[in-house]
Structures are given as C-alpha cells and as structure tokens.
Design a protein around this ligand. Structure first.
Ligand SMILES: NCc1[nH]cc(CCC(=O)O)c1CC(=O)O
Length: 318
C-alpha cells in the first residue's frame, strides 16, 4: 500500500500540551515517524494546545484534582482540535486518557512503554519505609495517597502539585519530606539529578497505563492510520488492553483509587490490580496470569471479583 506522506506544503500537525514532558513525548513521536518513513523534520508541525489541566490558577491553588473534575482535564481541548482538523494526531500520556474516546476519534497507537514505576523523591530519605513517624508527604494523587496511608497510616499527606521544579522547591522549603513522581516522566525529561528511588510494584502498584504514550487520530483519516500503524508497539498495546479493561469495568461505580499493571512474559500476561478506600483503610488486590489474547477479559473478570469483595460502603468516602 502506498501512503500519501506529508510534505512541507501539507504538514502533519502533531497536537500536544505545552508541558516539558508533553513536548518530549511529541518530539519522540515525530522522531519515530521520521525514522519509519525516512521523512525530514519540516513535514511535521508541533501544535501546542492549552488544556483546562494546564490552567496556572488551578495549579497554583493546589486544589485537589477531583474538585476540578478530572474527566478529560488534560485532553478535551486537544480532542476538539483533532475533530475540527486543527491537528492530525494528538500525543497523550495514556495515564490521563479516559477509557473511551469521543465519537470520531481512535486511540490505537502506542509507543514502547517507559519505566512503569512510581519514584520516591526526597532530599533526605531513601524510601517510604525510611520516613520517620508522622512525616509529611506531598501528593495530589488519590491512588498514591490511599496506598501510602494503607501502608503507613501515621503519615501526614498534603496536596502537592506543579511541575518537577516546583515540587523540588517545595521539598527544599520543607513543605513536605517526600513526594512521588512517575519514573517515566523523570526518564523522558532526562532529569538524572532528581533524587529518586523506583518503588517496586509490590510496594506501590502504579496507575493504569503509567509510562505509556498513546497517539490519537480521526477515525476516518486512513493516511494517518497507516502511518501510526508503522510505529505502534504491539506489546505495549496488549498490556494496556488488560489494564484499561480493568479500569473500564470499575469506572462509573466510583471515584476510587485504582492501580493496575500488566506485564508480558512471552505469550503469558500477568495482571495485577488494586482498589482502595480513599482514606487507605482498606485495599483489595488480585494477581492473575493468562494468555495475552485474554488480557481484556482478565481485566474485566478481576474488576468484577474485586467489586464483589468490596462490600457496602467501600466507595463511600468524604
Ligand atoms: N497525571 C499527570 C501525569 N500523567 C503522566 C505522568 C507521568 C508520565 C507517565 O506516567 O506516563 C504524570 C505525572 C506523574 O505522575 O508524575
């Protein structure tokens, strides 16, 4: 099949948020497309789109993300541009993507996944276990808060947002003794100087799709579909299918901390999942293996099992 490739007169427009991490992900996407089709840089245009989640006032106020309403917080404005033709593809952190895309859009291209772990970041301490009794930890993630309080109910968790530099400054100012970041973000930004320790999944299971990049397009854009198919990383897609099926089957019932991680060993997929009460008082987890092609079904079955164990009031929280 021959594809009508983009030219300097007909450029392929890559939409992205403007954060350093989002730009790094857009650049990686461009680099992979250039290599796959032997194209020069000037047939691509990177279009920066501001989303609600980027609103400086919201970030500065350190309001919990759940109060702002996180459905499509980082994606709505980008998807509008995609639908209206302002851009041709949109590069996203899969962790921030709702399980379903709006009508007319498809999200079926993934780049090879980065490190999936959360990083423990502290100027003073080496690990969660090393934190002194009652120490203050900054995070705005419901999942990390619940996991932390489940393991260390003595800790004091405070809201913490902003980019990596802002968070490091807060640590330096003594606002908190430690915080968490995704290892993937630190690696993609080349931030070798940030003091971090990767947390094993047994200690803190990451967010669904952590470390994965997804590329969205219009459903009827066959040229773009063919280009993206050439850079799609199948194993990452298989892992995300299991994790996102787990998330989708839990969704709607609650706004609860959810974690999940699929790994592949040949044709065998291992799926670990966890749901928690937001105050960390209870965690329910499961760990299964099966054939890779059954990943989505394993995710749905795990969700049903954990929902069955959860009991009345599991998702009621203040
Ligand atoms: N919710 C924000 C977000 N979305 C993706 C990443 C990091 C990169 C990734 O997980 O792919 C982050 C920041 C963080 O958790 O530190």
């Amino acid at each position: 099949m021959t594809i009508a490739l983009p030219t300097p007169a007909q450029r392929l427009k890559i939409g992205t948020r403007g954060s350093p991490l989002a730009l790094a992900q857009a650049h990686e996407t461009r680099t992979r497309l250039m290599a796959a089709f032997d194209l020069p840089e000037d047939v691509f245009e990177i279009v920066v789109i501001k989303t609600t989640g980027d609103d400086a006032a919201l970030i500065a106020a350190d309001r919990p993300l759940k109060e702002i309403g996180n459905k499509g917080l980082f994606t709505k404005e980008i998807e509008e541009q995609l639908l209206s033709g302002g851009i041709d593809i949109a590069v996203h952190s899969m962790k921030d993507m709702p399980v379903e895309q709006p009508a007319g859009l498809v999200l079926d291209c993934n780049l090879p996944r980065e490190n999936t772990a959360d990083a423990f970041v502290s100027l003073t301490y080496a690990s969660i276990a090393g934190l002194p009794q009652g120490a203050t930890v900054g995070t705005s993630s419901l999942r990390r808060r619940a996991q932390l309080l489940n393991r260390r109910p003595d800790l004091n968790v405070v809201e913490f947002r902003g980019n990596v530099q802002t968070r490091l400054k807060k640590l330096g100012d003594g606002v908190a003794e430690a915080t968490f970041l995704a290892m993937a973000g630190l690696n993609r930004l080349g931030m070798a100087d940030v003091p971090r320790a990767a947390i094993a999944p047994e200690e803190m299971l990451p967010a669904i799709a952590q470390g994965a990049i997804g590329i969205e397009r219009r459903a009827d854009d066959s040229r773009t579909a063919a280009m993206l198919a050439a850079i799609h990383h199948a194993e990452t897609g298989q892992r995300l299918a299991a994790e996102r099926a787990f998330l989708a089957a839990l969704d709607g019932s609650c706004e609860t901390p959810i974690a999940g991680l699929a790994t592949l060993d040949g044709g065998t997929l291992r799926l670990r999942g966890e749901i928690l009460r937001t105050d960390g008082s209870e965690a329910l987890a499961d760990d299964v293996t099966g054939a890779v092609e059954d990943g989505a079904e394993m995710g749905r079955a795990m969700a049903a099992k954990l929902l069955g164990l959860a009991g009345d009031g599991f998702f009621d929280w203040k």
